[in-house]
Design a protein around this ligand. Sequence first.
Ligand code: GLU
Length: 431
Amino acid sequence: MATTAAQQALPHENDTTPAEKLSVFERTQDVIRTALARMGYNEAYYELLREPLKLLTVRIPVKMDDGSVKLFTGYRAQHNDAIGPTKGGIRFHPEVTEEEVKALSMWMSIKCGITNLPYGGGKGGIQCDPRTMSQGELERLSRGYVRAVSQIVGPTKDIPAPDVFTNSQIMAWMMDEYSRIREFDAPGFITGKPIVLGGSAGRESSTAQGVIIVMREAAKVLGMQIAGARVIIQGFGNAGSFLAKFLHKAGAKVVGISDAIGALYNPEGLDIPYLYDRRDSFGTVTNLFDNRITNQELLVQDCDILVPAAIENQITETNAHDIKARILVEAANGPTTKRATDILTERGVLIVPDVLASAGGVVVSYFEWVQNNQGYYWTEDEVNTRLNQMLIDSFHNVYDTSRASRVDMRLAAYIVGLRRMAEASRLRGWV
Ligand code: GLU
């Protein structure tokens, strides 16, 4: 795989590549069913919410640099729009499937529900490998996707954003294409744009900011604090490396980090600024050291807070008994299996589930959309103050539900996340 220029131009937002896509979808359906039943909603509600209401599959012809034409398959799923337009990112990845996009649109509904945003969940994806494509090919693909889905998206219908292997440049091309089709400037069609095109201050680091905010609240309820806490972060991509930097600044002792090659652990704390500056565009840095341990060894080292910020299914029934952390903050999507969630909950480990821990991105996307609609822009401080308040409220809403209903934090998150959607669907007469 060559094209390093294209690779470097593509830092990606969520460094996750689901390995067991089918099971992720089924797992999501399972929690939705349980959450609805807990709230007393009958089977008709599950029937409505167990699949997206709309799924569009498109084939996009793209003229490649060598003169050939290649067809790419893309999807856009809209889970439920009873509350308002749907919202969620578009990922570019060779292994994107229909099932995965459907499940991810359902997760977006939960994230928007927990944070009280006026949206339902949506998600898009294109089967492609952006690491092997030129900027010109990527631009033609991005514009072709917007032309193919333009009927079902828009600022008051469905608002896309960045996701795995997509970035602000891709959002800019997509916004421009949509605006040309509609013949007026439509910055509110998509979020995660560059600042000069109506992007919001603070959007780039918002996912990592969100992780820290909920981590701080989780620490508080256990009588701990971030300053002085020993933290292990699995994954040093966009989320993981930003997070390490912020935590280091906040006075935490980051004792472990990892990348795809291996992991580093030092009970005295790692030199995070040094590692941050030396990582490559894929977040690889452990290759510079001889004293590496494996990712699996890292997860069970001594620490107070463990943050999986890499890929799925890392914490399973095999290692859940050996995890030393008191708090598990899921910055990655789906890092903990169902069985491991049960084991950790029984052991008294406080889990901050992925749908809550990674909600900072969509919250600041919402702020971006509000600013676009008003044509009035906020400072980074205003963005961060509002993000802080919304995520603190969201955390406590989920935490209190978990205590009051005696359910684990993941189920509590789904209960909070689905409540408004079920109610809005009923009031509209859909169920
Ligand atoms: N792709 C991000 C997520 O999964 C952001 C979505 C958005 O900003 O709409 O949460």
